[in-house]
Design a protein around this ligand. Structure first.
Ligand code: ADP
Ligand code: MG
Length: 679
């Protein structure tokens, strides 16, 4: 297959544009499939145009002029054979275009009509000069994903050349293809690029056509194959075996004020077993907010230490890292273990001291933020790297922590549950443990949707709760566009609440506080000295204060679903009945309404994540930065779940029985995108 730079028919400028679309090889061009199709096989009379319905018109130019109101634009009036008049508007146009669109020329115009001031008009329609009586195309016209400066025509030319020159040979072994009743690859791509006249627009657009099914299957298969290869590569590496000895873990278990839940025991068993293997563990520990992942992490760390190795735990925020540090110190200090603490806000001298404790090997345990990977810290004996709230980190950062050691075992933790279909595709390389049970005595959180207009009642409710000795959170409105505005909003909210609730001790925590200031506020809240904590989403993950039983989220409609779920998880941790009040402002958009409905109706993180995926689609749900795996372009994990299952099974068969075909398949789909695959 061709190498990058060998794109057929592409000048360097075109090649650069193609690269912007992720197209680097012949195969990439072949797999650059139409986004949609347009029906140019028929002409519509201007009189029959309907607003909003794309259509093709053939007409002659009767007038063309540049107008300056409301802004500079080229306005072209055309008449069709029946005398209907249509206005074409071009807000951006070239001089050459102006010349081309001269009175008397005949055009075929494709666009979406709308009712304008002067009658029917189209803004920026596609058009082409034609001679009278020129034949209409017989098949649907493919419309490709394009980019500025790369026309449909240029793309079509490149793709058509690639279709002739690329190897369209079958990568699926024939028996497999037959068993799965899939259309041949070459036929499928040819048909999708050049649909035959008999195929209707509806058939092509629905993506249920056998040709689309084949492509979607192939895409999923390529993903499965590459993930399995990554998995095998990992199995081929050696890691220090850290078998369960029990010396320290048993002590911790004995000293805990609670007993592990059955689910915690089960996942702990899975992790303990993996750690004993001579291959690096790569396990994702999933558990809903509050399910008790931290203690499992502590046990894993101790098993590493029992074997004379170091363990590191990295968390995405200073607040969370600090809290882990406190909790683990409390649990582990009685065992006589030194825990190094590293965060960006430490003074230079403190940092140096911590780094020394780690590099000398004296501190077997290290907890921190990104500082763990950013600072010049050596871990001479890193056996286990743990990443909490892994979805908050990029692939690069996760890799960097791992690279601090020599193939250490890795445990990732997340409260953002990944629905089964996603886990099977994007995370196929990970082993997954799930804590599917909450510690006993947890109270379900009552969720209320309250309109902003009833803010006073909410204030009164906070007063009552605090009078009764409980504590509350007030989450400030989210201002994603601007950090400065976010900060300002937090300060304003704090001031306002302090004025409204003068009898309460109110604290404020936001991302811009210095580490020690943050720690002071959080410490005061944990100790009950602050009764109402006004906070930005810095408290979203991990913060754990059992006496806080009321949470108010202002402008809840601005938050994402997983954010809302995580925030809500901060309450319901003690014995008291907990309430989460979602304050919303009118008018609610459609998706905001849908989100609030989901969070109101569901308490289970998995169900919420599933619905979130449904509302947003996997691209946004994951972000390619975080998954490190190319996102699917054609297959839809929900709608094509059957294909995903089939692709998974086929990947296994191919790797076992047809390794060469598997190679060719991965090369075809991912050959030009290898840099993305180093997960
Ligand atoms: P998360 O999974 O969200 O990280 P944490 O590890 O912070 O949850 O645990 C939440 C709270 O539950 C902590 O206070 C923790 O000490 C407590 N906890 C953990 N496991 C148990 C258990 N088996 N029984 C009772 N409490 C537990
Ligand atoms: Mg946690």
């Amino acid at each position: 297959m061709s190498k990058p730079g060998a794109l057929p028919g592409a000048t360097p400028a075109t090649a650069a544009k193609l690269a912007q679309l992720g197209i680097r090889t012949h195969s990439d061009l072949v797999l650059h499939l139409p986004l949609r199709y347009e029906d140019e096989t028929r002409l519509t009379a201007v009189a029959d145009l309907r607003p909003g319905v794309p259509a093709q018109v053939e007409a002659e130019i009767v007038d063309a002029s540049v107008q300056y109101r409301p802004r500079r634009q080229l306005v072209v009036r055309v008449h069709d054979a029946a005398g209907g008049e249509l206005v074409l508007r071009f807000l951006n146009f070239y001089g050459s275009q102006q010349k081309q669109l001269a009175v008397g020329r005949r055009l075929r115009i494709f666009g979406e009509p709308r009712g304008g001031f002067l009658g029917d008009e189209m803004v920026h329609p596609r058009y082409r000069l034609v001679a009278e009586g020129e034949a209409l195309p017989e098949a649907m016209t493919p419309i490709y994903p394009a980019t500025a400066g790369l026309s449909q025509l240029a793309l079509r030319k490149c793709i058509d050349l690639a279709l002739q020159q690329a190897d369209l040979g079958e990568t699926l072994p024939e028996p497999l293809r037959r068993k799965l009743r899939l259309a041949p690859f070459a036929d499928s791509v040819q048909l999708l690029h050049h649909p035959t006249p008999a195929i209707s627009l509806a058939e092509l657009s629905g993506r249920a056509h056998p040709a689309w099914r084949r492509i979607k299957f192939d895409e999923l298969l390529a993903q499965q194959l590459s993930l399995r290869r990554a998995h095998e590569a990992r199995r081929a590496k050696t890691a220090p075996p850290l078998p369960a000895k029990g010396a320290l873990t048993k002590k911790l278990l004995g000293a805990l004020p609670f007993k592990l839940t059955a689910a915690q025991r089960r996942v702990w068993g899975e992790i303990a077993h993996d750690l004993g293997q001579p291959h690096p563990m790569q396990r994702l520990l999933q558990g809903d907010v509050g399910s008790g992942k931290t203690v499992v992490a502590a046990l894993a760390m101790l098993q590493a230490v029992e074997n004379g190795h170091q363990a590191a735990l990295m968390a995405p925020t200073e607040i969370l890292a600090e809290q882990h540090w406190r909790k683990l110190s409390q649990w582990l200090a009685p065992l006589g273990l030194e825990i190094a603490w590293l965060s960006g806000s430490l003074k230079k001298k403190e940092k140096a001291a911590m780094a020394e404790a780690i590099s000398s090997g004296r501190a077997p345990l290290a907890i921190g933020t990104h500082a763990l990977i950013e600072e010049a810290v050596d871990f001479p004996k890193l056996g286990l790297a743990i990443i909490d709230e892994q979805h908050r980190f990029g692939v690069r950062q996760r890799l960097t922590l791992r690279e601090k050691g020599k193939n250490p075992h890795q445990l990732m933790m997340s409260a953002t549950p990944i629905p089964r279909t996603l886990a099977m595709s994007y995370y196929a390389d990970l082993d997954v443990s799930v804590i599917d049970e909450l510690p006993p005595g947890r109270q379900p959180v009552l969720t209320k949707l309250v309109s902003e207009a009833r803010r006073d009642e909410v204030i009164a409710r906070i007063r009552d709760a605090c009078d009764a000795g409980r504590q509350a959170y007030w989450v400030c409105p989210l201002i994603e566009e601007s950090e400065k505005l976010q900060l300002q909003t937090a300060v304003d909210t704090f001031e306002r609440l302090r004025a409204e609730l003068p009898e309460l001790k109110v604290g404020l925590v936001h991302g811009r506080l210095k580490g020690e200031e943050k720690a002071a506020v959080m410490g005061a809240f944990a100790a009950g000295e602050v009764e109402l904590l006004v906070a930005t989403t810095v408290i979203e993950v991990g913060v754990d204060v059992a006496n806080a039983s009321l949470m108010v989220i202002e402008h809840a409609e601005r938050f994402g679903l997983s954010q809302l779920h995580q925030l809500r998880g901060r309450v319901g941790r003690g014995a008291d009945d907990s309430v989460c009040i979602l304050l919303y402002a009118h008018p609610l958009g459609e998706t905001a309404r849908a989100r609030l409905k989901v969070i109101f109706e569901n308490a289970d993180g998995f169900e919420i994540a599933r619905q979130d995926l449904h509302l947003r689609g996997p691209g946004e749900f994951l972000g390619s930065r975080q998954s490190g795996v190319p996102l699917l372009r054609f297959a839809d994990l929900e709608a094509d779940a059957d294909l995903l299952d089939a692709a998974r099974a086929a990947a296994e068969t191919m790797l076992r029985d047809y390794p060469d075909a598997a190679d060719r398949h991965v090369e075809r789909w991912l050959g030009g995108k290898r840099d993305l695959l180093k997960v």
